[in-house]
Design a protein. Structure first.
Length: 229
C-alpha cells in the first residue's frame, strides 16, 4: 500500500520526466547545430517559400571571362539555361535526369550545380545529405588579409554527385556570416579555390554574397541579374 510519502515521491518523479520531455524540443530549437546557424543567416528557414531564383554567374580566370544565366524553380527543380548569343534557352527538370541523359544536357546540369552552389552554398548545409559540419573552438587567421574568424569545416562524403568528397573551410564571424572560404576538391591538401565573400544583399527572404574576389586579380566570381521570388 502506498503511503502519502510514496505518492508524493512518485508525483515528483513523473513531473520531472514530463518537464524534461517538454523542454527538449525548445532546447533543440534554441541551440541548433552550426550548419543550421550558418544556413539560417542566409534565409534557409524561408527557402520553402521561394518560388524561383534567377541569376547570372560570372567568373574571371586570368584574362578570360565566362557568363552563364539561369532560372530555377526549386520546388519542382525546373532549370532554364540561357546560352546567350541569341541561342534558344535550354529547359529541363533535374528530377528527370538519368544515366541515359545526353552528354550535352549532363554538361549543362553540371554547370548549373557549380554556379548554383557558388551562390547558395550556405543553404546546402541543411538541404544536402552526406554533409558534416564541425566548428573549431578557437579562432584562426583569415587566409586573405589580416584578422581572425571562427573556422567551420564542411565535408561531403558518400561518393555521389559531380564533385564527391569535397571539403570546404568557412571562416565565419560571430553572426555565422561567411567572410572567406577555402574549397578543396576531393579533399585536396592544396586549396582549389580561396576567395572572400563580399557585397552582401537581401533578395526576398535570402541574404546573398554577390562578390567573391580571390587572393589576387587572376580569379574572381560575381553575380548579377539576381532575382528571388
Amino acid at each position: 500500500m502506498l503511503n502519502k510519502f510514496n505518492i508524493l515521491y512518485l508525483t515528483l518523479i513523473v513531473t520531472f520526466i514530463i518537464s524534461c520531455n517538454n523542454n527538449e524540443p525548445n532546447y533543440v530549437k534554441e541551440k541548433p547545430d552550426v550548419a543550421s546557424k550558418i544556413a539560417r543567416y542566409y534565409g534557409a528557414s524561408s527557402f520553402k517559400d521561394v518560388n524561383s531564383i534567377e541569376f547570372t554567374f560570372n567568373v574571371q580566370k586570368n584574362d578570360k571571362q565566362i557568363h552563364r544565366s539561369w532560372y530555377w524553380k526549386p520546388k519542382n527543380d525546373l532549370v532554364k539555361f540561357f546560352p546567350g548569343n541569341n541561342e534558344v534557352p535550354v529547359t529541363y527538370y533535374r528530377k528527370q535526369l538519368s544515366n541515359s541523359t545526353n552528354e550535352q544536357l549532363k554538361k549543362i546540369d553540371s554547370r548549373f550545380i557549380n554556379d548554383q552552389y557558388w551562390l547558395l552554398f550556405p543553404l546546402h548545409l541543411v538541404l544536402d545529405k552526406n554533409v558534416t559540419v564541425t566548428l573549431d573552438s578557437v579562432k584562426h587567421n583569415l587566409p586573405i588579409g589580416e584578422g581572425t574568424a571562427r573556422l567551420a569545416t564542411v565535408e561531403y562524403s558518400g561518393g555521389k554527385g559531380y564533385t564527391p568528397n569535397d571539403k570546404y573551410e568557412l571562416f565565419i564571424d560571430d553572426n555565422y556570416k561567411i567572410l572567406q572560404w577555402i574549397y578543396r576538391r576531393n579533399n585536396s591538401p592544396t586549396p582549389t579555390r580561396l576567395t572572400k565573400w563580399e557585397d552582401y544583399k537581401k533578395f526576398g527572404p535570402l541574404t546573398l554574397s554577390l562578390n567573391r574576389p580571390g587572393i589576387d586579380s587572376t580569379f574572381r566570381v560575381w553575380f548579377t541579374n539576381v532575382k528571388v521570388k
